[in-house]
Ligand binder design. Sequence first.
Ligand code: N01
Length: 552
Amino acid sequence: MTGVTAAASESGRSDGAVTDVDVVVVGAGFAGIYSLYHLRDLGFTVQVIETGDGVGGTWYWNRYPGARCDVPSLEYSYGFSNELQQEWEWTEIMPAREEIEEYLNHVVDRFDLRRDIKFGTRVTAATFDEATARWLVETDAGDRFSAPFCVMATGCLSAPTMPEVEGRDSFEGRVLQTSLWPREGVDFTGLRVGLIGTGSSGVQATPEIAREAEHLYVFQRTATYSFPAYRGMMDPELQKSFKANPGDFRRRQRRAFAGIAGFGGALGPAQPPERKILETPWEEQLEVLDELGFWAARAWGDVFVDLEANEAGAELFREMIRRTIDDPEVAEALSPRGYPIGCKRLVFGVDYYEAFNRDNVTLVDLRKGAIESITPTGIRTAQGDYEVDVVIFATGFDAMTGALNRIDIRGRDGQLLRDVWAGGARTLLGLQSFGFPNLFIITGPGSPSVLSNMVVGIEQHVEWIGDCLAYLRDHGLRSIEPTLAAQDDWVEHVNQVSEGTMYTAPTCNSWYLGANIPGKPRVFLPYVGGLPAYIERADAVASAGYEGFTLA
Ligand code: N01
């Protein structure tokens, strides 16, 4: 490896001096933590830089009431250490944010990782120097790190967006964002709250805030399909059986399409492909609705592959909303229309619809009149004014590319990553982009990432990168970068497998497509071919001496 002149633990100098390490890792969520552990284990010196004051990434920042994972805890946890798996006890089937944050802090302390993480520091720039084949990474604290390799563990949903609403700064109450929630929490008792956004964050927060606030106004632009989230305390027998053979379970995860082995169930019924909703009379559909409720649409194999069948499933979903909501007008307003189920990220909630039966909750259907401005005392819409004490933005993220594009990443010839990606992100395997040697992205655009269990995808990526760095070291090489041809082929493949799915239906507008960000090119960002196919391809590339990459 190239000369290491200072231990990462002595880093963090803000006197303009440059600290050398082997690898700079940006971010200390699941991806950054495992990168540090694994690369250190391989003998590299690593410096992690993290904006937050603690580890956890998503699970550090999104502290809004009700924040919880919708992948079972046993599945949404690291598999790299059997000792860790044996000693950690999950208390719930679906972990709450707090428990995941606690787990990640445990991991960091157990493996003595904290000393190589610089907290409270944002990476502002990363510049590649061709002569030395090193990255210079700069921070808002004035640090300068030089490293041959840079790993962007910056997360897929970590660049929050807040819409430009006129008058926002004039509001005299409190403005909050679900993804930048105050660490000390918020007491809504006696307050009138306006919540903007009904994606996963808004759906999880709604019933929790409703229980506390004097009144909650939910501002809905697009009605969502919210499926009932599974909740339950961990069954000790289930946890015991997991611990008896975690290796087998982890192997099954990597062979599963979405990286979820289905251990212990809890993810709703599977779709038996032989049944077709379009061939099922309405009366029979209603019988399934009686049995499965909001999950009914998943009882037919054609719903997620055929748009007409999908609309039939959506109608059944709306029927369930009508059964749940007392006021027919509110039920209609909550009913999603005009886009297929499964086009956007599935939303899971508990008591979400039921919250709208409460006297202290009002749904403001923005289809009847959009938000016009924020006034000093509330939210003005085309259908009237709503006086509130708190405005909460649950308005989402610049997904998959936002966190990278907010850093000045300059590769060969000084080209900026955000300029190169202006027409859409381009990568080989989501791991690297042509023109940016030695810069690795964890779960980047073009990888299964957000369409799979993130932790499984992260572990696979980190291990692939670790193998790659060890290969370069062992072969006396100093750089790796995709060829343009291989990258083009991969981008084409990513686009091709997304065609004909609900994700890219003409009526679909989702953050997967960048549609939530004005001006962002409409490109389907994740890889929808499934984790096993992806892993097979990534492994084959590595086994062939990193075919499709230029090594020098
Ligand atoms: O963000 P979103 P999120 N005026 O983009 C609305 C993960 N996650 O933070 O649909 C009014 O989904 C916008 O309306 P529309 C998960 O992957 C997981 O909720 O664009 N409304 C939408 O309703 C998820 O998909 C969990 O018309 C405006 C909402 O804001 C991802 O994170 C929990 C608006 C944004 O929804 C993002 O979820 C939380 C405007 N100007 C998050 N601008 C789990 O359960 C936007 N909206 C594990």
